[in-house]
Design a protein around this ligand. Structure first.
Ligand code: FEO
Ligand code: CA
Ligand code: CA
Length: 694
């Protein structure tokens, strides 16, 4: 990008426009963009009906934006991206460094332990930072993230970053203090672990082509596994949420295992609680809901936090709450309801310092991987998609009662927009049928069950349905999937893409189904769908199957080769140019022996046949799926966001083995050197400052 855009004046704080101004400018611009998309959506969906990705309706005008509009009566709204990938696929790699295409750079940014607020010490290489240091620093195991600009070109902004879980060996000087029975002894260690979870909000600025964290910016903050949050939606103030900490059921403490993410059209961040059940234990009689979701029942929880309960240092039952065994006469006497405050989509307003996070219970309670809104249309509901990442679990969508008003993108009170669009609506679960059609089944009291009844035969309220979302989905006959991970929506076509990462337990006994057609699905696949004319119908096909290049014909169904073989698709995102970015969390030796986890790119809407019908990846077009990035040894590549000018992309490197050696993410750790590994963000740029990927 030209030097004019990276005007050094922008980095001079005194010259910067006042905060409200830049925010307003950003949101107004976004509103204009959304307006354009809304017109496109109305045209496609209103005038012509929705084109299923495998629909035979060839009358839908799919117009390559590079060609003239064919007739004066066809609105000139592109339905295919004009973006073309401008890099060559890179080979796999297995080194302690990241790999990027020629002409690109990769910078380590905001690694685990880097202080973002005063109140803690610098990160120490020996792991000796205490719980207070951790509460004021970047958390561990970075995952989903989103960039919220504070100026026009996006050289100044806020990153919201998920911290999914911890590696106790890296977090502490000598690993966990647990004894042979899993009993912990150090309160500070446990607090440090709780503080290493959650979300970071951190201001960053691009200065002389390098991203810098703005130390102690008033907007910097941490939400941890202990931060007080509000509950909204059907479960707010429910008896099932009442605890000694929150007698009226309006609050929960902490957010845990924040994996995928989302963001909203009104400028807030969504963080998704994924594998939270293992943090809670019931040593007594479990409920049907606890059995269904998998609350721990054996000797201790994942990290044994509850084992330091009763310590003289414990404050407000901060550890006791992880033991949800009923021991008293009522929910006011124990923490039987504590886990009921987890398993949600959590909304955070990055632009407001110290704002309270809100758990949006209407979007369901399960192991949420991500949360992605569908293509917006003025006057229509907003749809949010979220997958449940476990074997044989389901894909969900939430359709708001409120109808989208583009003016709400400018709302000053952003959390009020969350109240408007995310607290009332209908939760559905997907049933994928043969022949590329499917049905969204409502999870409401009147929702029909497989046996001819309704959910009212099994639940007394919507709150109860939400609390046991997966159990309700069982009853209505949802399709068991091969681990639904992230969703992404094509900004041109509105098609929704979902990664199904793998499922090696899909065998002859469990059987296959049309949407999950491979036994022992170790490589995973990406499915996509288009919404139908009503909220309950959709059409679908499978966009690409993961495989090693040497896979046989029954495995390598998409014709992948050395330069795009992949397994276990997980992170997934579209940028607004229509490029889809696919990240992997590898689970298959055949690919892992060739390369570390990686990120690939493709422009799906350009893959059309002569009728304009969208195509899947096959032998003929697989060259359009290109490897863009490879992570260091031991890591997972996850989380994606890009600046508005497309000149910097941020991804998370989670649980690397022996990295990073320096600020240059592509610099290899020297042979024989062992580092305390640090999860980190990587900022990827072109050396010439140009737009990425094209
Ligand atoms: Fe945290 Fe489903 O990956
Ligand atoms: Ca994931
Ligand atoms: Ca995964």
């Amino acid at each position: 990008m030209s030097k004019e855009i990276f005007n050094p004046k922008r980095f001079n704080k005194s010259d910067n426009p006042d905060f409200d101004q830049v925010l307003e400018a950003h949101l107004s611009r976004r509103k204009m963009i959304k307006g354009g998309l809304g017109l496109g959506a109305m045209t496609m969906f209103g005038a012509f009906g929705l084109a299923g990705c495998n629909s035979s309706n060839s009358s839908t005008p799919i117009v390559d934006s590079g060609t003239p509009t064919p007739t004066p009566t066809t609105p000139s709204v592109p339905t295919a991206s004009s973006a073309r990938l401008g890099f060559n696929s890179i080979p796999g790699s297995k080194i302690d460094a990241v790999s990027v295409p020629e002409g690109y750079t990769a910078q380590v940014l905001a690694p685990w332990g880097q202080p973002i607020m005063s109140g803690g010490s610098e990160w120490k290489r020996d792991g000796s930072n205490n719980a207070t240091d951790q509460a004021n620093a970047m958390g561990m195991h970075h995952d989903g993230l989103h960039f919220f600009p504070l100026n026009d070109d996006g050289s100044d902004g806020l990153l919201c970053v998920n911290h999914e879980y911890i590696d106790q060996n890296a977090l502490h000087p000598n690993g966990s203090d647990k004894d042979a029975d899993g009993i912990r002894s150090s309160v500070d260690q446990v607090r440090k672990e709780i503080n290493a979870h959650g979300v970071a909000v951190v201001r960053i600025q691009l200065i002389a082509n390098e991203w810098k964290v703005v130390d102690n910016d008033p907007l910097n903050r941490r939400y941890t596994g202990a931060t007080t949050m509000n509950i909204s939606g059907p479960l707010a103030n429910s008896d099932k949420l009442k605890t000694p900490f929150s007698p009226d059921g309006s609050q929960a403490r902490g957010t845990l295992n924040n994996c995928g993410n989302g963001y909203t059209p009104w400028g807030t961040y969504l963080t998704c609680e994924e594998n939270w059940p293992g943090y809670f234990i019931n040593k007594g009689t479990t409920t049907a809901e606890q059995d269904r979701i998998g609350i721990e029942t054996s000797s201790t929880t994942r990290y044994g936090w509850e084992t330091v309960a009763g310590s003289p240092e414990e404050r407000v039952d901060e550890f006791a709450r992880f033991d949800v065994t009923p021991t008293g006469n009522s929910a006011m006497d124990d923490y039987r309801n504590e886990a009921n405050g987890h398993g949600y989509i959590v909304e955070v307003d990055p632009y407001t310092a110290n704002s309270r996070a809100v758990k949006r219970t209407a979007l369901g309670r399960f192991r949420h991987e991500g949360c992605t809104f569908g293509k917006l249309t003025e006057g229509k509901p907003i749809t949010f998609y979220s997958g449940h990442d476990s074997r044989f679990e389901y894909m969900y969508k939430f359709v708001s009662d409120a109808l989208w008003d583009p003016a709400d993108a400018d709302a000053k009170n952003r959390m009020a927009m969350g109240d408007k669009y995310m607290d009332a609506g209908t939760l559905y679960v997907a049933k994928f049928d043969a022949d590329g059609v499917g049905t969204w089944l409502p999870l409401t009291m009147t929702g029909s069950t497989k046996n001819g009844g309704t959910l009212a035969d099994h639940f007394t309220s919507l709150a109860e349905i939400i609390l046991n979302t997966a159990g309700a989905a069982d009853l209505v006959g949802a399709t068991p999937m091969d681990r639904p991970e992230w969703c992404a929506v094509d900004p041109f076509t509105g098609s929704v893409y979902l990664t199904l990462t793998n499922n090696t337990r899909r065998n002859a006994a469990t059987g296959t189904n049309p949407a999950n057609p491979r036994l022992n699905n170790k490589f995973g696949h990406i499915i996509r769908w288009d919404e139908g004319e009503t909220h309950t119908t959709f059409s679908w096909d499978i966009f690409v199957f993961g495989s090693d290049a040497a896979g046989d014909a029954a495995t390598n169904l998409s014709g992948l080769n050395e330069f795009n073989q992949f397994a276990s698709p997980d992170g997934l995102a579209f940028d607004k140019r229509g490029i889809m970015w696919i990240q992997t969390d590898n689970g298959a030796d055949e690919v892992q022996n060739y390369t570390n986890d990686q990120m690939l790119a493709v422009v799906p809407s350009m893959l059309t046949d002569t009728d304009g019908k969208q195509q899947t990846i096959d032998d003929a077009n697989q060259g359009e799926l290109r490897r863009f990035f490879v992570g260091p040894n031991g890591c997972e590549v996850t989380g994606f966001t890009i600046t508005p000018d497309y000149t910097t992309m941020f991804v998370s490197i989670q649980h690397p083995g022996n990295w990073p050696y320096s600020d240059n993410a592509a610099q290899e750790t020297p042979n024989g050197m062992t580092l305390r590994p640090r999860a980190s963000l990587v900022a990827i740029r072109k050396a010439d400052g140009g737009a990425l990927g094209v």
